[in-house]
Design a protein around this ligand. Structure first.
Ligand code: AMP
Ligand code: MG
Length: 354
C-alpha cells in the first residue's frame, strides 16, 4: 500500500514538472513574440534609382518589407515619369504645351494647387513656373548632359529676359470645378517639391501596410521618417557641409521630415563661376543668397518646398524666414555664401536629445 502511494506521488511530481515546463515554454514564446512584434528590431534595407537620385528605404515591419519596398519604388517611378515636364509623354509637358484651359486629373490639380500655395506663402521665392528658365540654363536634362560631356552655355541677358516674361506663379489660373489649368505661357516645373511628394507617398504606403512600421525613406539627402529607431529612439541625421563631404551639424528626429537644397547638387562651373539649378524668380539667374538650406517639417512636401524657398530667400531675407517659416511648422538651418550659419529658434530643439 505504501509502495503504491509512493509510485502515485512519483508519477504526480513527473506530471507536475512536465506541466510546469510546458507552461514556462509557452510564457517564454509569448514574451518573445510580444516583444518582437511590438518593437520590431529587424531592419531591412532597400535601394532603388528613381527621381534622378538613389532612394534608400530602411524599414522594420511585421508586414512584408519586400512588398512594401516594391510598392514604394513603383510609386516613385510613376511620379518621376508623370511629372517630368521635359518628357513628351508626361502630363506636365502636355499642360505646358497646351493653349487655353487644360483639364487634368485630381492628383495633378491638387499638386499644382499646393505648389502655388507654397509660392504665395514664400512671396514667390518658391515658384513652380520656372520651367522655361530651368530649360534655358540646361538643367532640364542635366544628368544626360553630364554623361555626354555637353558644354554648358550661359544664356544671354535677352534669353533670360524672354524666359522671365513667360514665368511667374501669378500667371497660372485654376478652375476648381472643371479641375482645369490655364498656364498663360509659363512652363510648370515641380522639381522643387517632387521628391518631397514622392517621400510622402512612400510614408503613406508604408503606414497603410503597417501602422507600426518604423525606419525612414531617403532620396538624395531628403528624409521622411517612418517611425522612431527600434520603436523608441531618435534617428541621428547629419547635415552635409556644402563645401565638403563631412557633416556640419546633427539633428535628432523620431518623426517628420528634413530636406536640404544646396548649390552643390546640380551645377556647372564656367570661367570659375558656379551656376546651379535653383533659380531666383526675380532675376532669372541661379540664386546667390545662400549655399545650402535645410528645413525640418512635419511632412516631406513642406520640408522640400520650404528648403528650396529658404535657399532662394537667402541671408538677406533672414528676418522673413525666421518669422514666417516656423508659423508653417518649418524650422530652418541656412548656410550663407561666406559659410556663416543661421538657425531659427525652433531648429535648436532638434539638435539635442531631450
Ligand atoms: P530642390 O533641390 O528641392 O531645391 O529643387 C530644385 C529644383 O526645383 C530644380 O532642379 C528645379 O527643377 C526647381 N526649381 C528651381 N528653382 C526653383 C524655385 N525658385 N522655386 C521652385 N522650384 C525651383
Ligand atoms: Mg525642394
Amino acid at each position: 500500500m505504501r509502495k503504491r502511494n509512493r509510485q502515485d506521488l512519483n508519477r504526480f511530481s513527473k506530471v507536475a514538472l512536465f506541466s510546469l515546463l510546458v507552461l514556462l515554454s509557452i510564457v517564454v514564446v509569448v514574451i518573445v513574440t510580444a516583444v518582437f512584434f511590438r518593437n520590431p528590431k529587424m531592419y531591412k534595407d532597400f535601394e532603388h534609382f528613381s527621381l534622378g537620385t538613389y532612394v534608400h528605404l530602411k524599414i522594420a515591419t511585421k508586414s512584408n518589407p519586400d512588398l512594401i519596398a516594391k510598392e514604394i519604388f513603383a510609386e516613385m517611378d510613376r511620379i518621376t515619369n508623370k511629372y517630368d515636364p521635359y518628357k513628351k509623354d508626361s502630363i506636365l509637358y502636355k499642360l505646358n504645351h497646351s493653349d487655353g484651359w487644360f483639364e487634368v486629373d485630381d492628383e495633378t490639380f491638387a499638386l499644382i494647387e499646393l505648389a502655388l500655395r507654397y509660392a504665395k506663402n514664400t512671396e514667390g521665392a518658391f515658384d513652380p513656373t520656372l520651367g522655361r528658365l530651368i530649360d534655358l540654363w540646361g538643367f532640364s536634362n542635366f544628368s544626360e548632359k553630364l554623361s555626354n560631356n555637353t558644354d554648358f552655355q550661359i544664356p544671354s541677358d535677352i534669353e533670360i529676359k524672354n524666359a522671365l516674361i513667360n514665368s511667374g506663379y501669378e500667371k497660372v489660373e485654376l478652375d476648381y470645378n472643371r479641375k482645369a489649368i490655364k498656364t498663360n505661357g509659363v512652363w510648370i516645373d515641380l522639381g522643387g517639391l517632387a521628391k518631397g511628394y514622392a517621400l510622402e507617398r512612400a510614408y503613406q504606403i508604408a503606414k497603410a501596410a503597417d501602422q507600426e512600421c518604423n525606419g525612414f525613406v531617403e532620396a538624395g539627402g531628403d528624409i521622411r521618417i517612418l517611425g522612431p529607431k527600434f520603436g523608441k529612439d531618435f534617428w541621428i541625421i547629419g547635415i552635409r557641409n556644402p563645401r565638403g563631404s563631412d557633416s556640419i551639424d546633427y539633428i535628432y528626429l523620431k518623426s517628420g521630415s528634413v530636406a536640404t537644397s544646396g548649390d552643390y547638387e546640380r551645377y556647372f562651373v564656367k570661367d570659375g563661376v558656379r551656376y546651379h539649378h535653383i533659380i531666383d524668380p526675380k532675376t532669372g539667374y541661379p540664386s546667390n543668397g545662400a549655399i545650402s538650406a535645410t528645413v525640418i517639417s512635419n511632412d516631406a512636401i513642406s520640408a522640400d518646398a520650404f528648403s528650396t524657398a529658404a535657399f532662394v530667400l537667402g541671408v538677406k531675407n533672414w528676418l522673413f524666414i525666421r518669422t514666417v517659416f516656423p508659423k508653417n511648422n518649418s524650422e530652418v538651418f541656412l548656410v550663407s555664401p561666406d559659410q556663416e550659419i543661421y538657425k531659427t529658434h525652433g531648429f535648436t530643439n532638434y539638435e539635442k536629445i531631450y
